[in-house]
Design a protein around this ligand. Structure first.
Ligand SMILES: [Zn+2]
Length: 180
């Protein structure tokens, strides 16, 4: 299979939970927090931005831990009137952050306009290249997961698809994997 050109290395924040400081280079900010576990990061970012400018233009969206649709809608809405200096900051489980980053990238947001804080990294989403179904499960990089769509054993590729926001999974020879 030909390598997918939009495949990219797994971002650091998808392998290790991280809490980066707010991006103070912006002028307008959208913060999206997935679930209760994102709340400390949302609070920290808000305090950091307000500390620099008490009138800082911040829009905060709190969505459910797995509510991709609400998060994507919030970003699309804010993007509608975004101007130069707009920044997107995302906090939550790494798999949700990957999906929202993919949505933003597909909408034309640049990497340097986004900041991600991951609150947990154990759960990954794998897109099966054979049937297209997404399987979300606790999985190690280069581990094996069973596709919920076609039941094939999938190798969790180290790279992610930027625009799908997930790892790609290829069928493996189960014996070969277990003997490694
Ligand atoms: Zn499948």
């Amino acid at each position: 299979m030909k390598p997918d050109l939009e495949l990219t290395s797994v971002p650091t924040w998808a392998t290790t939970a991280c809490r980066p400081s707010a991006d103070l280079t912006g002028k307008y900010w959208t913060i999206v927090g997935f679930g209760a576990e994102a709340e400390p990061m949302v609070g920290t970012w808000t305090a950091q931005l307000s500390g620099v400018d008490s009138q800082a233009a911040i829009r905060i969206h709190r969505v459910g831990a797995h509510d991709d649709a609400a998060a994507a809608a919030a970003v699309s809405s804010d993007l509608g009137d975004a101007v130069v200096g707009w920044r997107l900051m995302i906090a939550g489980p790494a798999d949700a952050c990957l999906r929202l980053r993919a949505h933003a990238l597909r909408s034309g947001v640049a990497d340097d306009e986004m900041l991600v804080a991951s609150t947990s990294v154990g759960v990954r989403e794998v897109v099966c290249v054979h049937c297209g179904v997404r399987t979300r499960t606790a999985a190690d990089l280069e581990g094996v997961v069973a596709c919920t769509g076609c039941r094939r054993n999938l190798f969790v590729y180290y790279h992610v698809s930027r625009l799908k926001g997930a790892h790609l999974g290829f069928m493996v020879d189960a014996e070969k994997v277990s003997s490694r």
